[in-house]
Ligand binder design. Structure first.
Ligand SMILES: [Fe+2]
Length: 327
């Protein structure tokens, strides 16, 4: 199974995962979930869209909720270091016959809208309107006290192909799951730009689809607290998995589903990965501590259900291997 050396001089400089735009059917119902329950802050609200951010975020938004007829994902946003990176990226994608457009988007500077070779949509941008950091305005911290976006996790029909592509863009591997046997195949990868376990992860499955976005909470007790809140405020059925501690990433987690089925992870306490010689950790697909350090397997919905990208038809994975699934 080919693992690559890190690329320290990528063709353009992606800084981190930045935002996701969800298509939702009922903005009022979504607002109740994301704002009133989870505690995200509202940066702007129109008749058709809601712009949200965590309490420490100075970017205008890390989640956009846009009214659509059916649930879908409209954009995966990544911040680049500067405007010149956008020009380099546009030329790089164009040379590979991948789409390049610069749509005008509210609250964002110039944004390159493109896609990876498997069809996963990407919005690259360098500047966004500023939101006031509310980090020390503690009175505004509600729900899970979400601080910021941490990562984006997607299903891909070909983990090796997705890994190869993003590795070439400077995303560095921190952990991976491999099938057992002599010719191990990549089943999942966690890759970062910003210096913790991941900005972007891929899991084998029908794809490309979004599996979840990860939102950072300040501590484990914030995740326990939101379990109590959800269980007693009409959101019991929205809790899909956890709370628990991942073997992979060491993070404490809870997975919830929004009113349209989009999956959100509340996530905290992973670790630093900035050292250039940081060696990736291998996990066997059959290690029960991989999904949850304490051995609890994930439910079947975890491996089957995800959010479709707008105008992208998912396809079956090339790898048939299956993980341990809860009965
Ligand atoms: Fe995650």
């Amino acid at each position: 199974m080919p693992i690559h050396d890190p690329v320290f001089t990528p063709p353009f400089n992606v800084v981190r995962a930045s935002h996701v735009e969800f298509g939702v059917r009922d903005l009022g119902r979504s607002r109740a979930f994301y704002v009133d329950c989870l505690g995200l802050l509202v940066s702007d609200e129109t008749a058709d869209a809601l712009y949200l951010r965590g309490v420490e975020e100075r970017n205008h938004h890390s989640i956009v909720l846009r009214r659509t007829r059916e649930p879908e994902v409209l954009a995966l946003g990544f911040k680049v270091a500067g405007e010149e990176d956008l020009d380099r990226a546009a030329a790089w994608f164009a040379r590979r016959n991948l789409p390049t457009a610069f749509p005008d988007l509210p609250h964002q500077g110039r944004t390159l809208r493109t896609a990876d070779p498997l069809g996963m949509p990407l919005d690259l941008y360098a500047s966004m309107d500023r939101g006031e950091s509310m980090l020390q305005k503690y009175v505004t911290h509600k729900g899970a006290r979400i601080q910021r976006i941490d990562h984006i996790n997607c299903f891909t029909p070909d983990v090796q192909a997705s890994y190869d592509f993003y590795s070439g863009l400077g995303f560095r591997l921190t952990e991976y799951t491999e099938t057992d046997g002599e010719n191990g195949r990549l089943w999942a990868v966690w890759m970062h730009r910003k210096g913790n376990v991941h900005d972007l992860a891929f899991t084998n499955g029908v794809g490309p689809r979004l599996h979840h976005i990860g939102l950072w909470t300040p501590g484990v007790l914030d995740i326990i607290h939101i379990c109590d809140v959800m269980a007693t405020s009409g959101y019991l059925e929205n809790m899909e998995r956890g709370p628990g501690r991942h073997g992979i990433s060491n993070a404490f987690f809870l997975y919830v589903r929004d009113p349209d089925g989009h999956r959100v992870e509340l996530f905290t306490s992973d670790y630093l990965t900035v050292d250039p010689d940081h060696a990736p950790i291998r996990w066997s697909l059959t290690d029960p501590r991989r999904q949850t350090l304490w051995g609890h397997p994930a439910p079947a919905s975890w491996f089957r259900e995800g959010s479709v990208f707008s105008c992208v038809v998912p396809r079956e994975p090339v790898l048939e291997s299956q993980p341990i699934v809860a009965m």
